[in-house]
Ligand binder design. Structure first.
Ligand SMILES: [Zn+2]
Ligand SMILES: [Zn+2]
Length: 455
C-alpha cells in the first residue's frame, strides 16, 4: 500500500496514487484544500477555480471578522464577488447553536450561491449546517489549528443547551493560511495537538476491530494519519513556538486525518474511545449548565487516561479466562438499559441505544469474540506494541503546556470515573474497552475509577 502527498503550484494539498489492497472502497478527496503563507490573498481565485458562484454570505464572529473576515470580504469583492457579511457578535465564546444558525439563515439573500465561513470549529460547523440544508457549497477559511473538523462531514451543535450531532458535508474549498493560523491563541494550538494525539488510540482500536470482528481496516489511511502524527511528535517544540514549520505540521496532521474520512467514508481512522470520552464530557458539562471543555484538550487528556489500559492489556493472560463465570456475570438487558439511562441521562441514552441496537450481545457472539481474542492475542499485542510509549505522548503534551488531567478541563472525579466506564457504550464501533468488557475484565482495569452505580 502507498500514497503520495504533494502541493500543486497553487498551494493545493493533494493526496494521490492511493494504492491499497484492503477491501475498503477508496475515494479520491474532491475538496480543494489549500495550505500556505499569505494564501488568503488568493481567496477570490480559489472561489473561481472551484466555480461556486459570484454571490455569497460570509459568516464570522466578532473575533474572526477582525482577524481575517473583513479582509476576506474585501478580497472577494475586489475579485468581483458580491459579499453579504453575517458577523455573529457575542460577549464570550460563540456557540454553534440555533441562534447562530438562525442568524446565518436570516442573512441569506435570494441570490446567495455559496457560504464562506471564517473561523474555527463553531463558525465552521454553524455554516456547515446551513450549507448542508441549503445544498450549497461552503468555502472555509480556517483561523486556528484547533481541531480536525475542517474536513469533517459532521456538525457538532448545541440545541436547547444540549450537545447534538447532525450529518453535514465537507466544505468544497478549505483555506488554511499559516500566517493567520499561527496567530491563534496557544490553547487552540494545544487543543489541535490533543485531537491529533488521539489518533494513536483510534488506529489501535480500528485494527483490533479488524482482528476481532473482521472489520475492514485500511492500512493506507492508517499510514496517512500515522505519518502526519509522527511528524507532529517530532516537532513539538516548533509547534509550541508557533513557527511556520510547526503550524504547518499541525494543520497538515489535522487536515490529513480528516481526508481519510473522505477516502474511506467513515471516521474510523480519527476517532475512537478517546473521542467517546471527550464527547461525553462535553455533553454532560453542558447538560449540567457548565462550560464544555475544548474538544482537542479533552481528547488529549482522555488519550493519556486510556493509554495505560492498552499497555496493561499486553500482559493479560486470556487463556485463564473462565467463560462460565463471564457468562454468569453478564449484565442483563434490563440492567444495561438502566445503566445507559444512568450514565447518559434519558435523552442521550435513548438516542444512543436506538442508534446502536446490536450493542447488547448474545452470549454466542460474546463467546466468539473472546475465543477470537484468545486465538489472536499475539496480533492484538503487536498492535499495542506498535504504539509509541506513554512517556512520548505525556512529554509532548507537557512540553506544550497542555491540559494533562480531567481537572484541567474542568471535569470532576465523578464525571471522570463515569466516563471511563461508559465510553465503551457510546457507539457500536469496536474498541479495546469493549473487548476488555466482553472478557469480563473491565472492573479490574477500571479499579482506579470507582463507580457508585450498582445494577
Ligand atoms: Zn476530534
Ligand atoms: Zn485501503
Amino acid at each position: 500500500m502507498s500514497y503520495k502527498m504533494h502541493y500543486d503550484e497553487n498551494s493545493k494539498l493533494i493526496i494521490s496514487d492511493i494504492e491499497c489492497d484492503c477491501p475498503c472502497e477508496h475515494n479520491k478527496p474532491e475538496q480543494d484544500i489549500y495550505v500556505g503563507n499569505g494564501i488568503l490573498d488568493n481567496i477570490a481565485e480559489y472561489v473561481k477555480l472551484r466555480g461556486v458562484g459570484t454571490h455569497c454570505v460570509l459568516v464570522a464572529d466578532n473575533i474572526t471578522w477582525d482577524l481575517a473576515g473583513s479582509r476576506a470580504a474585501e478580497l472577494l469583492k475586489a475579485g468581483g464577488i458580491t459579499v453579504y457579511p453575517c458577523v455573529i457578535r457575542r460577549d464570550g465564546p460563540m456557540d454553534p447553536d440555533e441562534t447562530a444558525i438562525g442568524e446565518v439563515m436570516l442573512s441569506l439573500q435570494p441570490d446567495t450561491e455559496f457560504l464562506v465561513s471564517v473561523g474555527s470549529g463553531s463558525i465552521t460547523d454553524t455554516t456547515r449546517m446551513v450549507a448542508t440544508r441549503l445544498g450549497i457549497p461552503q468555502v472555509c477559511v480556517g483561523t486556528a489549528p484547533s481541531m480536525d473538523g475542517y474536513t469533517s462531514a459532521i456538525c457538532p451543535l448545541t440545541f436547547r443547551g444540549v450537545k447534538i450531532h447532525r450529518a453535514g458535508k465537507c466544505p468544497e474549498v478549505i483555506i488554511c493560511d499559516i500566517d493567520i493560523l499561527k496567530t491563534a491563541p496557544i490553547e487552540m494550538v494545544r487543543s489541535g495537538v490533543g485531537d491529533v494525539l488521539g489518533k494513536y488510540i483510534a488506529k489501535a482500536d480500528w485494527i483490533i476491530g479488524n482482528i476481532i470482528n473482521d472489520e475492514p481496516y485500511c492500512p493506507t489511511c492508517g499510514e496517512i494519519v500515522m505519518d502526519a502524527v509522527g511528524k507532529l511528535i517530532d516537532n513539538i517544540d516548533e509547534i509550541a513556538a508557533r513557527t511556520d514549520k510547526g503550524i504547518r505540521i499541525l494543520i497538515e496532521a489535522l487536515l490529513l486525518s480528516g481526508m481519510t474520512i473522505m477516502i474511506v467514508g467513515h471516521t474510523r481512522a480519527v476517532a475512537s474511545v478517546e473521542h467517546n470520552i471527550a464527547h461525553y464530557w462535553e455533553m454532560m458539562q453542558m447538560l449540567h449548565g457548565k462550560k464544555a471543555p475544548m474538544h482537542g484538550a479533552s481528547v488529549g487528556v482522555s488519550t493519556l487516561m486510556v493509554w495505560p489500559i492498552f499497555t496493561r492489556f499486553m500482559s493479560e493472560d486470556l487463556s485463564k479466562l473462565d467463560l462460565e463465570q463471564i457468562k454468569a456475570n453478564r449484565i442483563s438487558r434490563e440492567d444495561r438499559v438502566k445503566w445507559m439511562l444512568y450514565a447518559y441521562e434519558p435523552e442521550a441514552a435513548n438516542a444512543i441505544m436506538s442508534e446502536n441496537e446490536g450493542d447488547f450481545l448474545t452470549w454466542e457472539e460474546q463467546e466468539r469474540r473472546i475465543r477470537r481474542a484468545q486465538e489472536r492475542f499475539d496480533d492484538i499485542k503487536a498492535v499495542i506494541a506498535d504504539m509509541p510509549s506513554y512517556e512520548t505522548i505525556y512529554n509532548a503534551m507537557k512540553r506544550l503546556g497542555a491540559q494533562m488531567v480531567p481537572a484541567d478541563c474542568g471535569v470532576d472525579e465523578a464525571l471522570t470515573n463515569l466516563s471511563m466506564h461508559c465510553a465503551k457504550d457510546y457507539r457500536t464501533r469496536y474498541t479495546l474497552f469493549k473487548l476488555i468488557d466482553e472478557c469480563g475484565l473491565l472492573d479490574k482495569y477500571l479499579a482506579d475509577y470507582p463507580l457508585d452505580w450498582k445494577a
